[in-house]
Design a protein around this ligand. Sequence first.
Ligand SMILES: [Zn+2]
Length: 199
Amino acid sequence: MNRLNRESGNVLPVRIYGDQLLRKKSEPVEEIDGRIKGIISDLIATMYEKDGIGLAAPQIGHNLRIFVVDPDWFRSGEKNPRVFINPRFLSLSGVEEEEEGCLSLPGITAEVKRAEKVVIEAMDQEGKMQRYEAEGLYARALQHENDHLDGILFIDRISKLKLITLKWKLRALEQKKDNKGVNLDTYFSDKQSDIPRNS
Ligand SMILES: [Zn+2]
């Protein structure tokens, strides 16, 4: 059996708001080769380490239409990662407004309207087409991650008024960018530092 080794990936820095790559439309995956399998393992390892419900390839620096979501991790603590390659929604129904966050927008949450139920079709890591029905938080995670593949962040879907209240937080995130436009989270520097931080 060609099972995906769930624990073999590397925990990688996550790109944060202000990074240009997060705003690009991602490309479809042509072939599931060793490189793609490596990216999938890294996505899974990084998602768990940073307590995400899901993670999309652009967030770790790849403009590819891949994301991972674990519908069980946040409910039961049991790891059951699902891989979505070249995903496509077949239906979206109902409306639900709930609070959302994102590993690429640390410290920011807002209420976002999403479809309550979805049907999605995607390739899995073995290249097989799969169809999933989801609702509630799982459906929300699928819509959030799929948005990343189109360069959309949840703050694009909130009210103008709420966005204004987040202006300074967003500006602060944006300014962390290096001269190549790369903007990474502080996960590794936080871990390595012995100096207590106030912020
Ligand atoms: Zn996100």
